[in-house]
Design a protein around this ligand. Structure first.
Ligand code: CP
Length: 349
């Protein structure tokens, strides 16, 4: 894995498979009474969030803590950012304390990439503006892969090479159609998902009103439609995206009601999903706007599976970045810490 995780494009299909396979093992920790592994003991992770978050920040915090890292959270509100401190000064100040990884969410696209030029610590992009949200795409892929495999919370069979470069790319996504619907213009989730899912071999169909199609989408490896009803029956997964009214400066659609009629996953559309198709939403959801309660809470919904997957996938990402070797290239910290594993990779069994 690369030194930082800034984009879904940082991972080739073999690396994605390794992250997802290790996340399957990490997911077993979630079901234990004692949710703790010593793999990242002595490592320090800082969640630096300049934008609000419920899922991403708390799951990175749990992921770090369950791997025994020291984790602190800094948000713009309540920090010296509110006194006007710059991004660069904030990042360098936090890094100067000796942290190993910074998990950064920022309203400006490219902010985590900029940070990599200022500090030595590993940087993970936890969502930058309308650019990318790579760990969201990884947890979405994890959730979809489980659905395609018919899994609930059972671990995949492994040969002991989980999390190593020996992992084979997935073919779970070949021949699968993922329809992503909604406010594509303002969505970092769609950009990371298109990169990841197309690399894994899925057919990606994007659906939005013409006003919410991103510029340049014709060059993306996707099919584009403005007719949700036409593509709905093809979907193995329907991923609904939030209408991001806080990022909208003008009128992208006439009224919320008209948006729902054209692009909402309503009760009527729910009834027209193909058999076995599932529903994803990265959250937070605008119930009654892009998704009905029947769809969000029904049997086809994977929304809470996505939330649960967020912890396991972020444990895997943190372990992949921090767990194998330390920054001076010495022996694996997870092994030094005496991780109770059988594969020697510091992963749970
Ligand atoms: N999906 C997602 O990023 O949610 P949060 O904004 O709650 O982190």
């Amino acid at each position: 894995m690369t030194r930082h995780l800034l984009s879904a494009a940082d991972l080739d299909p073999t690396e994605v498979t390794a992250v997802l396979d290790l996340a399957e093992e990490m997911a077993q920790v979630q079901g234990r009474p004692v949710k703790k592994l010593p793999a990242l003991r002595g490592r320090t992770v800082v969640n630096l969030f300049f934008e609000d978050s419920t899922r991403t920040r708390s799951s990175f915090e749990l992921a770090g803590k369950w791997l025994s890292a020291d984790v602190i959270n800094i948000s713009a509100k309540g920090s010296s950012v509110s006194k006007g401190e710059s991004l660069r000064d904030t990042v360098q100040t936090v890094a100067a304390m000796g942290v190993d990884a910074l998990v950064i969410r920022h309203h400006a696209s490219g902010a985590p990439l900029q940070a990599t030029g200022w500090i030595d610590a590993h940087v993970i992009n936890a969502g930058d503006g309308t650019h990318e949200h790579p760990t969201q795409a990884l947890l979405d892929a994890f959730t979809m892969r489980r659905h395609f495999r018919g899994q609930s919370d059972a671990p995949v069979a492994t040969d002991g090479s989980v999390g190593t470069p020996g992992s084979q790319p997935d073919n779970d996504f070949a021949g699968r159609t993922v329809v992503i619907v909604g406010d594509l213009t303002h969505s970092r989730v769609v950009r990371s998902n298109v990169l990841l899912l197309s690399r894994l071999g899925a057919e990606v169909v994007l659906v939005a009103p013409p006003t919410l199609l991103p510029s340049g989408v014709s060059s993306w490896p996707v099919t584009v439609s403005t007719d949700f009803d036409e593509v709905l029956p093809q979907a193995d997964i329907v991923m609904m995206l939030r209408v991001q009214r806080e990022r909208m400066s003008g009128g992208y659609f006439p009224t919320p009601r008209e948006y729902t009629v054209g692009y909402g996953l309503t009760r009527d559309r729910l009834a027209r999903l193909a058999a076995g198709a599932a529903i994803c939403h990265p959250g937070p959801m605008n119930r009654g706007l892009e998704i009905s309660a029947d769809a969000a809470d029904g049997a086809a919904s994977l929304v809470l599976d996505q939330v649960a997957a967020g912890v396991a996938v972020r444990m895997s990402v943190l372990y992949n970045l921090l767990g194998g070797t330390d920054d001076t290239g010495t022996a694996a910290r997870a092994d030094r810490a005496g991780t109770p594993t059988t594969n020697g990779a510091g992963a749970p069994r």
